[in-house]
Ligand binder design. Structure first.
Ligand code: PGA
Length: 254
C-alpha cells in the first residue's frame, strides 16, 4: 500500500513569521499520519524554526533543493548533511524551475540524489513532461539519467514526481488524464529498470495546478500517489482542505 503524500512547495514565498503563523493555523488539523503523509517545503531559512515548531507532529519539513557537496567552499549553497542534522527527512531535487532558471542538468541532479541518499535524506526526484504533451521521451531520459548509479534497493527511499511543464503555476491547467498517464509512464519505466516489486512500491506524485477543487479527482487516479502543490498551498485554509482531501472526498460521497 502506497501512503498518499501531500506536499506544499512554497518556492520563495513566506518569511519566517508568515511560515510559523501558517503552522499555527494548520497543525491542529493534520490528517491521521497512518493515512496521509503531509509535508511543507519552505525557503531554506524557515526550515529550522518550522522543524522546531512542528516537532511534536508528523508534519515533514522538506528542503526545496540541496547542493552536490556536503561542505566546503560553495557560497550560497545548501548542505544536505546540515538539512539532515536539523531533522529534515526529505529534499526535492531537480524541480522544473531549478532546471529552467538555474540550468540544472540531469548529471548535476544525479550527483545531488547520490549525495542525499548517502546522507540519509530521501530525495523527491522531479521530472517534467514537455509543453504540449505528457512527453514520455523527455520523462524517460530524465529518469534514466538522474537515477544513474542508484541501486534498486534505494528506490524505497525515493519519491518520484511528474509535472507537465505547461501546468506548473498555470492556475487551472491540471488535467487528470495527463496526471495519470505521466505517473503511469514513470511507473512503467521504473518497472523496466528496477523490476515489478520496486515499481509497485515506489511513490509517484503529480504536480501542476493542483487546487482544492481538483485534488480529489487527481488523487483518485490509480497511479497518482500524492501531489506537489505550489500556488494553492500558500493559503492555510486551502492547504488544510487539501491535506484532508480523503475526508472531504469521503463526506461528499456519503
Ligand atoms: P503550482 O506549482 O501548483 O502553482 O502549479 C506546482 C509546482 O511547484 O511544482
Amino acid at each position: 500500500m502506497r501512503k498518499p503524500f501531500v506536499i506544499a512547495n512554497w518556492k520563495i514565498n513566506k518569511n519566517v513569521d508568515e511560515a510559523l503563523n501558517f503552522l499555527d493555523a494548520i497543525l491542529s488539523q493534520l490528517p491521521d499520519s497512518d493515512r496521509t503523509e503531509v509535508g511543507i517545503a519552505p525557503q531554506a531559512f524557515a526550515i529550522y524554526p518550522m522543524v522546531r515548531s512542528a516537532r511534536k507532529t508528523d508534519l515533514q519539513i522538506i528542503g526545496q533543493n540541496a547542493a552536490e557537496k556536503c561542505n566546503g567552499a560553495y557560497t550560497g549553497e545548501i548542505s544536505v548533511r546540515d538539512l539532515a542534522s536539523m531533522g529534515v527527512n526529505y529534499v526535492m531535487l531537480g524541480h522544473a524551475e531549478r532546471r529552467h532558471y538555474f540550468k540544472e542538468s540531469n548529471q548535476s541532479i544525479n550527483r545531488k540524489i547520490l549525495t542525499a541518499l548517502r546522507e540519509g535524506v530521501k530525495p523527491i526526484v522531479c521530472t517534467n513532461g514537455e509543453r504540449k504533451n505528457v512527453g514520455g521521451d523527455n520523462v524517460f531520459s530524465q529518469l534514466e539519467n538522474v537515477l544513474a548509479g542508484v541501486p534498486a534497493y534505494q528506490l524505497a527511499n525515493i519519491t518520484l514526481l511528474f509535472e507537465p511543464t505547461a501546468a506548473i503555476g498555470a492556475g487551472n491547467r491540471a488535467n487528470i488524464e495527463t496526471a495519470e498517464r505521466g505517473c503511469w509512464l514513470l511507473r512503467q519505466e521504473v518497472r523496466r529498470k528496477f523490476g515489478g516489486e520496486v515499481a509497485e512500491h515506489v511513490r509517484i506524485l503529480y504536480g501542476g495546478s493542483v487546487n482544492p477543487n481538483n485534488i480529489g479527482l487527481i488523487m483518485a487516479a490509480p497511479n497518482v500517489d500524492g501531489v506537489l502543490i505550489g500556488r494553492a498551498s500558500l493559503d492555510a485554509g486551502s492547504f488544510a482542505q487539501m491535506m484532508n482531501y480523503q475526508q472531504t472526498t469521503l463526506s461528499s460521497v456519503i
